[in-house]
Design a protein around this ligand. Structure first.
Ligand SMILES: Nc1nc2c(c(=O)[nH]1)N[C@H]1C(S)=C(S)[C@@H](COP(=O)(O)OP(=O)(O)OC[C@H]3O[C@@H](n4cnc5c(=O)[nH]c(N)nc54)[C@H](O)[C@@H]3O)O[C@H]1N2
Ligand SMILES: Nc1nc2c(c(=O)[nH]1)N[C@H]1C(S)=C(S)[C@@H](COP(=O)(O)OP(=O)(O)OC[C@H]3O[C@@H](n4cnc5c(=O)[nH]c(N)nc54)[C@H](O)[C@@H]3O)O[C@H]1N2
Ligand code: SF4
Ligand SMILES: [Mo]
Length: 748
């Protein structure tokens, strides 16, 4: 696909989509192409779902003469509105990229030398199988770790590790929303809580950046609320695109908990909270009231740098909009070691205005199995079937990250996700025992985990490192075996449940045959590897169509119908809130904890962290001459995933270090200067972007650059890898920590 067609796709989105490209000054270039029309005589439509990031937005893939020519949003899905983002539009650019990996490879040179030989799949499976059984025989199954970005591949990928007796399976969550998930779990008893942005009247973001950290349905919902007159307040040390759409409060990073506790203090002092809600649905409020008694706006002003009058004003406005107001719980919630306490406090302040299960507040997502408990709604409940597997052998040792250990924070960390950074620790320190083999799927720990050089040190100690990806990523480059997956546009995947205010099933199906015939979908890779290893019993399905048919059987929806529709939502069903018509309705179905109460004070949390209600911890602020280093997402790239995708690389090939003009002047730096950034631990070269859109004591860069695999020919060596600078630290609930590093900057 030519750049021009790609840009047309972006332009024909809604205002929300256009805002996505506005962030870094390409808008004029795009605007000049606006007049051109899209070909009309294209294409068959294949309904599927996007995977340019893990949001899996429903899409309509236009295919002409056996080639994908354009991708749009699924036209019938109300939440997504037929729109996708710039990255979604770039799907064909990934699909046809000649730099994708095309054949399985086994390393021949030293690790990091970049020498590989192409092998058959059978050779790759045999190699992996031999090595894994060697590790298992010598060190036990627990010495094998698996890590992937959380997703539908888990079922297949993880089966290999679990069948070998390893308890050490991990998702990427500890680098992303872990502190939020644990906060939800320990407060409500489940993680499946979402925010109803579209209907809110007042929205406060604590770093959440809907217009660059994009989720199409959420970004549209926030846009809708704003166009309906909702007020947006953004706490962020930098002026993000989201901040540009509301009131920007340039808070000192890491101090947000002070702001939130002061809000609670004011709500109580001024009697603005919902006492009926608190007494009916919560427990432990008195302990929280005690904790925030001295957290006055005056005190918070000193901590946060936001004036007390502003904090009071925002809190009063927030309370006046109740319950249609949201203090957002964030997405990438890995700022500080005790970020978890911040997320708990945010949830508690929301509960103080009683905004659970009402329009414009928070709600429990409504998958079909939830609706079964509501006689009026049961008609819509068509639950997907499960594919059965024999039980896995019991692991002989506990997990390396200590999840499930009573009396420690591990007690509240979900074992499904775990603290993925602990894999590196275990390899290097051999505590509590060594990991010797690491299987990586759709994840790039070298770029995504903090302290990249240490991650590399860990890779070097392994007996086996296997990576399954679509590119020769930085992690793949240091691996023993590299498995080439086909892209999402070439494969089936299990039907997945994307429940929001109603249930929703989404399909992924191939739009075109394999572009590179020796690539395979993950389900086939792990099924074949499992069979080679004598573990075929765990993969009892013929192919993915058979798997999907089994999933759909109890629902009465046929696979053909699902392929034709792409998305299934219960016909005629409206958004469903448990308390919409009855403010006192039972929330026993929403709250899954033993107490059936919202646990403002939690016994489990007290046991695990000694903070049954959140307590304030003051983090150090940068001394003169040093800067706090923060990072974030950019609209046209995905994390560690797209720096090398041709069209996206062309749009934004590199990143820069944002620095305030006041600080630039002090250091005699100007826009575009080459610099060296030092965190004490490591140094990195970069370039300055001089901007008033950042606090003078803080610097910022977009994440995902500074790539070290020479096989990523477009992205190699460009920009700053933030994680090269950030020391490894594992937070209270296993989370990575990315906003507590200080750096110095000098001219290169
Ligand atoms: N286009 C695009 N969209 C994406 C992604 C992508 O890579 N690209 N990734 C997806 C993923 S995996 C995620 S997790 C989400 C992330 O979505 P978000 O969490 O909204 O985005 P981030 O950019 O990680 O962080 C947002 C902001 O946090 C600020 N920040 C840093 N430290 C602090 C602090 O201590 N306090 C406050 N108040 N702010 C702070 C940063 O300046 C940054 O602007 O986006 C998703 N959507
Ligand atoms: N310092 C710092 N560190 C961060 C962040 C930050 O803002 N600052 N962000 C954090 C966040 S929020 C997250 S979610 C993580 C993300 O970390 P990752 O999960 O590592 O990043 P992704 O970009 O989602 O993609 C991982 C890999 O998936 C590959 N991939 C894409 N499609 C496919 C496919 O179809 N099959 C296979 N097998 N592979 C595929 C991509 O090529 C990429 O190499 O990073 C975290 N790390
Ligand atoms: S948010 Fe964008 S990249 Fe992510 S799945 Fe949706 S359309 Fe694709
Ligand atoms: Mo994330």
């Amino acid at each position: 696909m030519k750049r021009r067609n790609f840009l047309k796709g972006v332009l024909y989105g809604t205002g929300a989509t256009m805002a996505l490209v506005g962030g870094f000054g390409t808008f004029n270039k795009l605007d000049s192409l606006k007049a051109e029309a899209i070909d009309k005589d294209l294409e068959t439509n294949v309904f599927s779902s996007c995977e340019m990031c893990r949001n899996q937005c429903p899409i309509a893939v236009k295919v002409k003469d056996g080639k994908v020519v354009k991708i749009d949003g699924h036209p019938d899905d109300a939440a997504f509105g037929g729109v996708i983002c710039a990255r979604g539009n770039a799907g064909p650019s990934l699909l046809y990229d000649p730099q994708r990996i095309k054949k399985p490879m086994i390393r021949t040179g030293e690790r990091g030398e970049g020498k590989f030989k192409e092998v058959s799949w059978d050779e790759a499976y045999t190699y992996i199988s031999d090595k894994l059984y060697n590790v298992k025989d010598q060190y036990g199954g627990e010495a094998i770790a698996l890590a992937s970005r959380k997703g539908p591949h888990d079922w297949f990928f993880r089966s290999i590790g679990k069948a070998l007796g390893s308890p050490n399976v991990f998702s990427h969550e500890a680098t992303c929303p872990m502190t939020r998930s644990v906060a939800l779990d320990t407060t409500f008893g489940n993680e499946a809580i979402a925010a109803d942005y579209a209907n809110t009247k007042y929205l406060i973001s604590i770093g959440r950046n809907w217009f660059e950290g994009i989720h199409v349905a959420q970004t549209r919902a926030v846009s809708k609320a704003l166009s309906n007159g909702a007020k947006l307040v953004v706490l962020d040390p930098r002026f993000s695109i989201t901040a540009s759409k509301g009131e920007w409060l340039p808070i000192k990073a890491t101090t947000d908990l002070a702001f939130v506790m002061a809000m609670a203090n004011i709500l109580i002092q001024e009697n603005l909270y919902d006492q009926n809600f608190i007494s009916q649905y919560t427990e432990g409020f008195e302990k929280w009231a005690e904790e925030v008694k001295d957290k006055t706006p005056e005190w918070a002003e000193k901590e946060t740098g936001i004036s007390k009058d502003k904090i009071i004003q925002i809190t009063r406005e927030f309370a006046a909009a109740k319950p249609q107001a949201i203090l957002d719980f964030g997405w990438r919630t890995a700022y500080t070691p005790n970020d978890y306490q911040l997320r708990r406090a945010i949830l508690i302040v929301n509960m103080m205005i009683g905004n659970l299960e009402v329009p414009g507040g928070y709600y429990r997502t409504k998958p079909a199995n939830f609706l079964k408990d509501f006689p009026d709604q049961a008609v819509h409940a068509k639950v997907l079937g499960n594919i059965t597997q024999p039980s896995f052998p019991k692991a002989s040792k506990g997990r390396i990250d200590g999840t499930g250990v009573k009396g420690t924070p591990g007690q509240i960390i979900p074992a499904y996700d775990g603290a993925v950074g602990k894999i590196v620790e275990s390899i290097l320190t051999e505590e509590p025992y060594p990991i010797r083999a690491w299987l990586v799927h759709r994840f790039n720990p070298y770029i995504s985990l903090t302290e990249s050089p240490r991650v590399l040190e860990a890779f070097k100690k392994l007996d086996l490192l296997v990576t399954c990806d679509v590119y020769m990523t930085d992690t793949a480059y240091f691996s023993d075996v590299v498995l080439p997956e086909c892209t999402y546009l070439e494969r089936y995947e299990p039907i997945f449940d994307m429940a929001g205010l109603t249930p929703k099933y989404v399909i992924r199906q191939p739009a075109v045959p394999l572009v590179y015939p020796d690539t395979k979908p993950y389900w086939q890779i792990y099924k074949e590897l499992g069979e080679k290893m004598g573990l075929g019993d765990y993969f009892e399905f013929k192919d993915m169509e058979d798997f999907m048919t089994q999933q759909l059987r109890p629902t009465g929806i046929t696979l053909d119908k699902m392929k034709e529709m792409g998305v299934w939502t219960p016909p005629g069903m409206n958004a469903f809130y448990v308390r919409a018509n009855d403010a006192k309705a039972s929330m026993d179905t929403v709250l899954s904890n033993h107490s059936k109460k919202i646990e403002i004070f939690s016994v489990d949390v007290e046991e695990a962290t000694k903070q049954g209600v959140p307590k304030y911890v003051s983090h150090p602020q940068p001394e003169e001459g040093k800067f706090r280093f923060v990072q974030g997402k950019v609209a046209v790239h995905t994390n560690a995933g797209t720096a090398n995708v041709p069209i996206l690389n062309e749009l934004m090939p590199t990143n820069t270090l944002w620095m305030n003009p006041i600080s630039c002047t002090k250091l005699s730096l100007k826009d575009g200067d080459e610099i060296v950034i030092s965190s004490g631990l490591n140094e990195h070269k970069g370039k300055i972007k001089m901007t008033e859109g950042i606090r003078p004591d803080t610097v910022f860069c977009y994440h995902g650059f500074g790539r070290v695999s020479p096989e990523l020919k477009r992205a190699f060596g460009k920009g700053i890898n933030d994680n090269h600078l950030i020391p490894n630290e594992i937070g209270e609930v296993g989370n990575t920590v990315t906003s507590t590093t200080f750096v110095t900057v000098r001219k290169a």
